[in-house]
Design a protein around this ligand. Structure first.
Ligand SMILES: O=P(O)(O)OC[C@H]1O[C@](O)(CO)[C@@H](O)[C@@H]1O
Length: 451
């Protein structure tokens, strides 16, 4: 069994794990309020869609709906009463892997107190991934609804709520990739990465599934929100990684950059724009986008979201339509590729990737740069631990090193590493004991690892 899963206690001489046990913390409030709210939202949706589903699948779907509603009522009760996690019985997709993981967690890791693997007491990252896998399992076990994306409506609405913002961003990238555009690479790189970064403010799991419209466009945000960036390694990224890639002294034609995606909706459009920028401005020959194989953390990107979003760009206006054409060509020429490895919906922190997903790790070793988007990817990079704020990013990532990587993340969980003493002083002076700067999604980091 993977050593990381051995729990024993919250503090295993690395740094305390985040759990939902400390009242008032964001993890605690997430377990107490946000998870039940997300589950309730799904029940409400099924009730709302009942007639539509009956029209599409016939009366047989009734029993599917009842079955899921029953499981979710039980799930809500078990979360709220801090019951132990159950072992899945289904064999779909990565079912056997999850069965093993939960069993290992319950038995080998905690021989004396199997009851410790509960919603509040279990490691937050593990339990949260389990929750989304449980939700998937409830749909998978039905006759008619096994491939329903129950988060699809909210993802598509998030895109539709941002049409003017996306049109503006499309206009910006269309100018930057024009053949006669002036080549101020450092400025363009900074802007593009910050546009992609600030899209991460707009995710929907933070609001428990409610709509969340960003008023500020990503182009404006990239210029105005610099005071909210706590770590900015963009210069080092340019000097150590992107500069050499651009020069391409060995005339390689197989340069590859990977983006591990986070949310669909407006955030995904920023990431597609970043991918196009990296291709068209000559930093890489191919961009591999990594999404989720199943609906995940409310708004995470699946392959269907990826294709729907590209097709829907025409809805924003003429600039969006031009962007759509550029992206479609890249997909057709396989310069932009979408993949969805099971590992991204596992509960594993990334430093065990080499052991747990050796093929994915080997693939990333052929990449020049992996860009990790968002809070969940960051939590997995640093193992979801309560690091001292000045712990180095390298130490927190515990040897994860397939290639250089760059984390673009707005802070939505009480874990971060690598802050300078100066930044720590400023933040503590402003917020004192209050940790809300770590979870509000207002502050951000752009952090370079292994370069
Ligand atoms: O979409 P992101 O940026 O990965 O955020 C994921 C969300 O899940 C959490 O990590 C846990 O619920 C939040 O802190 C955050 O809102």
């Amino acid at each position: 069994m993977c050593q990381e899963l051995a729990m024993r206690d919250d503090y295993d001489h690395v740094a305390p794990r985040l759990t939902g046990t400390k009242e008032g913390t964001f993890a605690y409030l997430t377990v107490r309020d946000r998870w039940p709210k997300i589950v309730t939202g799904l029940v409400d949706q099924l009730a709302r869609k009942r007639n539509e589903l009956i029209d599409r699948y016939g009366n047989a779907v009734e029993s599917d709906i009842q079955g899921i509603m029953g499981k979710f009522a039980q799930l809500r009760y078990e979360i709220m009463c801090d019951k132990p996690l159950k072992i899945f019985s289904e064999n779909g997709f990565d079912g056997p892997k999850w069965r093993q993981l939960v069993t290992d967690m319950k038995t080998a890791a905690m021989p004396d107190d199997m009851e410790l693997l509960t919603y509040f007491k279990g490691p937050w990252l593990f339990v949260e991934c389990y929750l989304y896998r449980f939700i998937y399992s409830a749909f998978l076990c039905t006759e008619k609804l096994s491939d329903m994306d129950y988060f699809e409506d909210s993802k598509q609405k998030n895109f539709m709520d941002h049409l003017p913002q996306v049109e503006e961003a499309a206009s910006f990238i269309n100018k930057i990739i024009a053949s006669d555009a002036p080549a101020h690479d450092m400025f363009a790189v900074g802007t593009m990465f910050r546009m992609s970064l600030w899209g991460n403010r707009a995710d929907m799991s933070l609001t428990g599934g409610d709509d969340h419209t960003m008023e500020m466009t990503s182009v404006v945000a990239s210029a105005k929100l610099n005071d909210f960036i706590l770590i900015d390694d963009t210069y080092n990224l340019m000097m150590r990684v992107l500069g050499p890639l651009l020069k391409n002294e060995r005339k390689r034609q197989d340069r590859r950059i990977d983006i591990v995606l986070d949310n669909a909706g407006v955030e995904l459009t920023g990431d597609l724009i970043l991918a196009l920028f990296l291709l068209r401005r000559g930093f890489t020959d191919k961009v591999v986008l990594h999404g989720k194989a199943i609906p995940w953390f409310v708004s995470d990107v699946t392959e269907k979201d990826f294709r729907w979003t590209i097709d829907s760009l025409k809805e924003t206006g003429p600039e969006g339509e031009r962007l759509m054409e550029h992206l479609k060509n890249c997909v057709l020429e396989e310069k932009i590729v979408f993949e969805a490895d099971w590992f991204w919906t596992s509960p594993h922190p990334y430093f065990v990737m080499e052991e747990e997903a050796p093929e994915l790790y080997a693939e990333l070793q052929t990449s020049s740069l992996v860009i990790f988007k968002g809070d969940l990817n960051y939590r997995k990079l640093v193992g979801d631990r309560d690091w001292d704020l000045n712990t180095s990013f390298e130490k927190a990532c515990r040897g994860f090193s397939p290639c250089p990587y760059f984390a673009l993340r707005t802070l939505k969980a009480e874990t971060v590493a690598g802050l300078s003493e100066e930044t720590i002083d400023k933040i503590l002076e402003k917020f004192e004991e209050d940790n809300q700067w770590m979870t509000s999604g207002e502050y951000a980091v752009l952090q370079l690892g292994n370069a």
